[in-house]
Design a binder for this molecule. Structure first.
Ligand code: ZN
Length: 287
């Protein structure tokens, strides 16, 4: 799907709502309040209403779009602009291409979208594991060196090989030694009254799993992944912070894993989202 196809298909709120509804309705199986199974779709507020107790479950509230004033058509445009094309796009470029006028709004939405691109299932299914070392000009992390703009010195790589040619899939993750730094940045942002996007900094305590996977990754192949990753962020992201680095890695892996697939990026994104969403009978919050 190219830009003009996208805009002809998803130019109005209604078409975006039906696209999202089709993908998300499987996730809303019962009422969050009374657990009744009968939910009725209501166009008037773009959500479901429980036939028994009238509780509303809005489409927005069950997704990453909750707590946002952006319309569905605005979200869809931003999702498409993030996912479309082989290369990553900078916030400024997305701002220029989209109907948005505020850098802050785009920056927030893009970070949210990148967070959603995490493929935890792929990580669980991986067969090989290794570390990619990124040389730095300095030990200081987050330093914007020209060659590795803000990239941590080590990144974990998980690989799910495929018998088919060029169908192997990867999952990149920030190495455990950075988690403390990330945690302390998140805490200080939560405590800061000026920081408005606290939702972007949700704090999860991770158990550092012991990686029992074999690490016999071909050295040349590893070098190639590393070089390609640097190429994809160099000159695009000038100010990569460690805090949002996982999102950038997610986006890179998403595009890499889709490189030879016939699936369009929007459907692939929704599939990923469907896998990631907790199956908890929806949420009672209406937006
Ligand atoms: Zn109910």
């Amino acid at each position: 799907m190219n830009l003009s196809e996208f805009y002809s298909r998803y130019s109005d709120e209604q078409s975006c709502i039906s696209f999202l509804k089709n993908h998300l309705e499987k996730k809303v199986s019962c009422c969050s309040k009374c657990s009744a199974k009968k939910l009725v779709w209501k166009e008037s507020f773009a959500g479901w209403r429980c036939a028994k107790c009238s509780t509303r479950i809005s489409l927005k509230s069950i997704s990453f779009m909750r707590d946002s004033n952006l319309s569905f058509v605005e979200w869809m445009e931003l999702i498409f602009l993030v996912l479309h094309g082989k290369k990553s796009r900078s916030i400024s470029e997305i701002l220029r291409l989209s109907r948005q006028t505020r850098h802050d709004t785009v920056s927030y939405a893009v970070k949210k979208i990148r967070q959603e691109l995490i493929d935890t299932k792929l990580k669980a299914d991986a067969e090989f594991y290794d570390l990619i070392e990124f040389d730095h000009d300095s030990d200081e992390i987050g330093l914007n060196s020209i060659d590795t703009p803000g990239i941590p010195t080590t990144i974990k790589i998980f690989i799910k090989p495929s018998k088919l040619k060029r169908q192997d899939q990867i999952y990149l993750e920030i190495s455990g030694k950075y988690h403390l730094d990330i945690l302390s940045t998140k805490i200080s942002r939560h405590l800061s009254p000026q920081y408005r996007h606290k939702k972007l900094c949700t704090i999860k305590i991770k158990n550092e799993e012991s990686n029992s996977l074999p690490s016999t990754i071909n050295h040349l192949w590893k070098k190639k992944v590393k070089e390609n990753f640097i190429k994809s962020v160099k000159g695009i992201h000038h100010n990569l912070s460690l805090l949002f680095m996982q999102g950038v890695l997610n986006e890179y892996c998403f595009k890499y894993n889709l490189r030879n697939s016939s699936l369009d990026p929007l459907s692939a994104f929704m599939q990923l989202f469907e896998t990631n969403v907790r199956q908890n009978c929806g949420e009672s919050k209406t937006t």
